[in-house]
Structure formats: C-alpha cells, structure tokens
Ligand binder design. Structure first.
Ligand code: ARG
Length: 470
C-alpha cells in the first residue's frame, strides 16, 4: 500500500482503510481530464510566477515537468495510482517526485475544489464543440436526404393515423429543426461553462495576491466566477449539458421510433442499409433495426444521468461536498453516448433507402386528401364547417362502397354538392394537396425548397461559430 503517498497525510495517525481508498478514489474515471488538469496547472503556475508568488525558476521546472507528464500519459507510460485518489493528486505527486521542491509549490493558492471545477469547465467546454460538430454532420445528412427525395410524397400522421399528404423531405427537415435547437442549446451550455472558477480556493478565496484575469485570459475564458462559494459548488453547467443531451436524445429516439416502424413489413416505407442492421440467430428471415433501437434505448440512460445529478445536487449545502464527485461518471457516459449516437445516426440516414411507391400507395389508398376535398368547396365559397361535413359524408360513403375519393365519378360528387366540378379530380391528387400547402413552413414543394436553402445557410453559420469559437 502506498499510503505514504497521500499528499494530505500530515494530520492523520492512521493510514486510510484499503476499501475506503477504493470507494472514494475517482482516478479510474477522472483521468480522462488529464489534459485539462495539466493545462490548468500550467496556467496557474505561470500566474503564480507573474505575481511573484513563486520564482520564475520554479515555474519553468513546473511547466517542463508537467509537459513531461502529459507526454507520458499520452504515450501510455504513466502509472495511475488509486491511493492518490484522483487525477489532480496523481499528477502533482508525479511532478514532485520528478522535480522536487518546486513541485510542492504548484498547489499554492489553489485547492482541489477549484482545480476540479476548472478541469471540468475546460472539459465540458471542449466536449460541447465536439458534440456540435457531430450535430452538424447529422444535419448535413438530413439535408442531403431531403434534397435527394425532394418530391417523394408520404402520408403525414396525427395519432399515428394517416392525416394529410406531405413531402418526405418535409418530415426529415422537421428533425433538422430539432437539431438546430439542440445546437443552440449546446451553445448556451458553452456560455455557462465558459466561466473561470480557479482562485476560489477551497471555498473562500486565497490570502495570496493572485491574478484571476491572467488565468482566465490564458485559458480563454470569457468570464470569471464572482463568488468563490458559487465557483466551487456550481454544477449547473453540467446539469445543462445533460439536459441538452437528454433533449437531443429524445429527438433521436423519436426519429428512431419512426425508422423502426417505417422499416417494418407493415409500413415498408424505407429500408436501412444491410451494413447497419443485424440478423437473428434463430429466424433466418430477420433484418433488425438494432441501431435505432439502441439509440432509443440509450435515451433512457442519458435521461437517467440527468436525474441522478439533479438528485445529487438537490439540497446539497455550500460549498464543496464529496457528493459532487458523482457528477463525473454520468456526464462522461452522457458525452460518450451522445457522440456515438450522433455518429451512427449520420451513417444511418446516409444509408437510408426510400420505397417511394409504398409511401405513395399509403397516400392513394386512403383518405388523407379529405381536408383538400373540403378546402375545394371552401374555395367555392362554402363555409368550412359545411364543407367538412360534406367531405366527411363522402369519406363515410366511400368506406361503405369500398372505394377511395379518387375513384368517384363527377356525377357522384354532384350528389353531395353542385359546387363540385371536373377540377375536383385535380384538386384531390396527392401532388396538388402537397403543392397547395404553401403557407410559410408548410409542406409545399416551394416551402420545402426554401427550408433546404435556409438549412444550408444555417449549417455554414454553425460551422463558422465552431471555427471561431462561440
Ligand atoms: N476528486 C474530487 C472530485 O471529483 C476532487 C475534489 C476533491 N476535493 C476534496 N476536498 N476532497 O470532486
């Protein structure tokens, strides 16, 4: 047992129980913040030197030593020790072992409480951008598919009942709009993570003449926490990340659900690429949509992490409590899960094949043009309520006769209203129904073209935002 390694062992007579050591250590998961920890420590050391709190010579040794450790970790040559609890103490101990006394000066005017907060801010800020890049990648595949299938008509649904004909592209672009908001939400998370906590010390600030502005500038933070207690206790930005992640997953899960039933035999609207599906070990005919199913399933897990952290932080007194260490595994898993889900989704959409004929059949062999039939009469000046009643009666009678509206002769129509003319045939064609819904944001060909143009423009803006920083 490497008990003598504890950096805080001064006031203790006994060594830590082995099981307690294992229970409280976070090194197994917080080691993924090694880069941020070193980055933060270098900025801190340089500030200490500028402020003459440590010598320039000690600062150079610290910075060189930390860079060496960074390289060791990246080459897989660093030994993480559970007795040293977390990434912060693992690195500090290795530094002191390497450079001696100067290493012991690094933690001047700093606590692990503001250090861990700094690391997590840096980490989340970086991950937000990675997530946003993946959101844009999925958006691009959606726009590409919308362009490819720009004239494909399908039934739009309410209550999962065929409602009105829409363009398949319109349906895809609804998901684009959701992702657009997701992107914005993550930009909001970025702003709340873009606040520098270092200098809060354990909770109350420090007795040393530190310069928090310098650290913030070096690490490119827009703001600095104005209250030290808040700086070490704030986990809002992590909760916001998880909440934005949960909403994103909810969107993907809705899309997944649709993909799953669209590729069922009952719908047969689409086919997923063979490379994205799996077979059954028993039933030779099966081609299962595992990927959308898994994304749907993983949504529960991401929402679960959000609930867990909300519950952890609820009623937690100020300032730092070890409970807060529980923020990490959940958010790390959230990050991995949403990044993976977005990455596979881009592929799924790319590989999607549309069965246009089946979609059209589902429109033609049903009554989703009944609203258009009513609208036809309204345009001939009949009040909508009366037109609705007539169209409803026609649907009722068609069902009884086992035909569709399109099968009716003009004389049949005239029995219901003498406002009907030959042009009714044209008015109830799926293409006309779609083309006529030309109100802003509607499903008409023109509106969908506009959505595609706007989407392309938005993607350029989002990419610029990613490039130049938020
Ligand atoms: N591993 C700890 C965490 O993740 C770091 C901060 C520890 N602070 C302390 N006072 N024990 O929260």
């Amino acid at each position: 047992m490497s008990e003598n390694k504890k950096l805080w062992s001064g006031r203790f007579e006994k060594t830590t129980d082995e099981m307690i050591n294992a229970f409280q250590a976070s090194i197994d998961f917080d080691k993924r913040m090694y880069h941020e920890d070193i980055e933060g420590s270098i900025a801190h050391a340089r500030m200490l030197a500028t402020q003459k709190i440590i010598s320039d010579d000690d600062c150079s040794k610290i910075v060189e030593g930390l860079k060496k450790i960074l390289a060791q970790i990246e080459n897989g040559e660093f030994n993480f020790d559970i007795a040293l609890e977390d990434i912060h103490m693992n690195i500090e101990k290795a530094l002191t072992d390497d450079i001696g006394e100067a290493g012991g000066r690094l933690h001047t005017a700093r606590s692990r409480n503001d250090q861990v907060a700094l690391d997590t801010h840096l980490y989340i800020r970086r991950q937000v951008v990675e997530v946003q890049k993946l959101i844009v990648a999925v958006e691009k595949t959606l726009v590409k598919a919308a362009e490819k299938y720009r004239s494909v008509i399908m039934p739009g649904y309410t209550h999962l009942q065929r409602a009105q004909p829409i363009l398949f592209a319109h349906h895809l672009l609804a998901y684009f709009s959701m992702l657009e908001r997701d992107f914005e939400r993550f930009s909001g998370v970025y702003q709340r993570a873009d606040i520098m906590p270092l200098g809060a010390g354990a909770l109350a600030g420090t007795t040393f003449p530190i310069d928090r502005q310098q650290v913030a500038k070096t690490l490119n933070f827009k703001k600095i926490y104005s209250n030290s207690l808040d700086a070490v206790s704030d986990r809002d930005y992590i909760l916001e990340f998880m909440s934005a992640a949960s909403i994103l997953m909810v969107h993907l899960s809705r899309f997944s659900e649709e993909l799953i039933f669209w590729c069922s035999r009952e719908f047969s609207f689409i086919e997923l690429d063979d490379a994205h599906c799996t077979g059954s070990s028993m039933m030779p005919q099966k081609k299962n949509p595992d990927v959308p199913e898994l994304v749907r399933g993983k949504t529960g897990r991401v929402i679960g992490h959000l609930m867990a952290l909300l519950t952890t932080v609820k009623a937690l007194p100020l300032a730092y409590n070890k409970d807060l260490q529980e923020d990490k595994e959940g958010v790390f898993d959230t990050i991995d899960t949403i990044k993976f889900s977005l990455a596979v989704y881009a592929q799924i959409i790319e590989g999607l094949k549309v069965k246009e004929d089946n979609m059209m059949k589902a429109v033609e062999e049903d009554f989703s043009n009944a609203t258009d039939l009513a609208d036809y009469l309204v345009k001939k000046n009949l009040p909508f309520r009366e037109a609705h009643a007539i169209s409803g009666k026609i649907v009722h009678d068609c069902i009884a006769r086992n035909i569709y509206i399109k099968d009716m002769k003009i004389d049949d129509f005239k029995k219901y209203s003498d406002l009907f003319d030959e042009d009714v045939k044209e008015a109830i064609k799926p293409e006309t129904c779609v083309a006529n819904r030309n109100s802003l944001g509607g499903t008409s060909y023109r509106q969908v073209e506009k959505q595609i143009v706007n989407a392309r423009e938005l993607i350029v803006k989002q990419e610029n935002l990613i490039k130049k920083g938020q």
